[in-house]
Design a protein around this ligand. Structure first.
Ligand SMILES: O=C(O)CCC(=O)C(=O)O
Ligand SMILES: [Fe+2]
Length: 357
């Protein structure tokens, strides 16, 4: 297991670049020390201030790798923040309800001054804030985010443990799309420790006021040690990563390509060859979206073989899980490939292939 370094703000200014370049997680202390947000590190104070803020909450955070039916019946409900925690405490709400990765409500954004991050990111205007609220013992199942953005996750109040694993470890994680079938939420502390040794992962518990940097495409699992409020600031991806994220369905093949693009330039020629192939396959004409999906899947298999990621021979996959996941992947691909007419082509010449921030 690897520990995550903690930086004080003075050091952050000079050192953050090295963490970004080497795709290494790090934690900042006191990012909003001089702003109003830092006055809300006490849970009850924050709850008082934002009691009436409307939240969209939803059960579960890992429906893809559970039952197929669950994936089709995700139901959101609207509730105000104060009532949300009250109802969980009095057990009239399911404790697994989370407000997860929803665009931060405007009353909360009004209490933020993003300029406090100006020294960390090139362009504050491109940062998108997402809000998270959840009660003690909740969790976010192990996954990676297919937007391939950098993330600064600020812990407003409560404590949360972050586990991070880099994309090279995918073959040990039984991945399905961007979800792992490994349920870290069921591990004992000592199981987790051994597992993190196996996958060379990082672990840290954030205190209120801490901010963790998650590099793009990283696997993460989050455990709510206490009732918690936090904001994920997502920002900064290359034009190429944006195209891969929005045009292609998620797969560890793509995740790995994005990760490798952030690495040393002398490894790039094979990566670029795979990417150009993918775009060429994307731009072909197909009779329907499933044909397009299957052609892209075939290339993904080739890329996975290149990186030695054999995702379908995981030792612990039950056959029905594989079947359901394959089914789900195929259905979801409609979202990406239904519009398969000539207009939907990627202009390879317009993409700076090696602009990888
Ligand atoms: O804190 C959480 O519940 C999940 C965090 C997460 O997945 C993210 O910031 O992308
Ligand atoms: Fe995430």
């Amino acid at each position: 297991m690897r520990n995550i370094n903690q930086l004080h703000l003075n050091d952050a200014k000079s050192q953050f670049d090295n963490y970004i370049k080497s795709r290494t997680p790090v934690v900042f202390k006191g990012l909003f020390a001089e702003s109003f947000l830092e006055q809300l590190t006490d849970f009850n104070t924050a709850l008082d201030r934002w009691f009436n803020v409307q939240l969209s909450v939803c059960n579960e955070h890992f429906y893809d790798v559970r039952r197929y039916e669950d994936a089709c019946t995700q139901v959101y409900q609207t509730v105000c923040l104060g009532e949300f925690f009250q109802k969980i405490r009095e057990k009239s709400f399911n404790p697994r309800l989370l407000s997860s990765a929803r665009v931060a409500p405007k009353d909360i954004v009004a209490d933020l001054n993003m300029e406090h991050m100006a020294f960390l990111v090139d362009d504050v205007a491109e940062i998108r804030p997402y809000f998270f609220a959840g009660a003690k013992d909740n969790f976010a199942h192990l996954h990676y985010d297919g937007d391939y953005k950098h993330v600064l996750h600020y812990q407003i109040c409560g404590r949360k443990t972050f586990v991070l694993i880099d994309p090279t470890q995918a073959r040990k994680l039984l991945p399905s799309r961007n979800w792992s079938c490994v349920s870290l939420e069921n591990f004992t502390p000592s199981d987790l420790h051994s597992f993190l040794d196996m996958v060379d992962g990082w672990k840290i518990t954030l205190e209120p006021g801490d901010t963790i940097y998650m590099p793009p495409a990283f696997w993460h699992y989050v455990a709510y040690e206490e009732d918690s409020l936090s904001i994920a600031f997502r920002y900064g991806r290359s034009k190429l990563a944006g195209i891969l994220s929005t045009k292609f369905h998620e797969d560890v093949a793509l995740q790995r390509l994005v990760y490798e693009l952030g690495g040393p330039a002398d490894t790039h020629s094979e990566i670029l060859r795979h990417l150009k192939d993918l775009i060429e396959i994307y731009n072909r004409q197909y009779q329907d979206f499933l044909h397009k999906f299957h052609s892209i899947e075939a290339k993904y298999r080739e890329i996975r073989a290149y990186f030695d990621i054999d995702i379908n021979s995981g030792y612990f996959f039950a056959p029905d899980v594989i079947a359901e996941n394959t089914n789900l992947r195929m259905l979801r691909s409609g979202h990406y490939y239904s519009d398969f007419d000539k207009r939907n082509v990627i202009d390879v010449l317009s993409i700076p292939m090696l602009d990888n921030r």
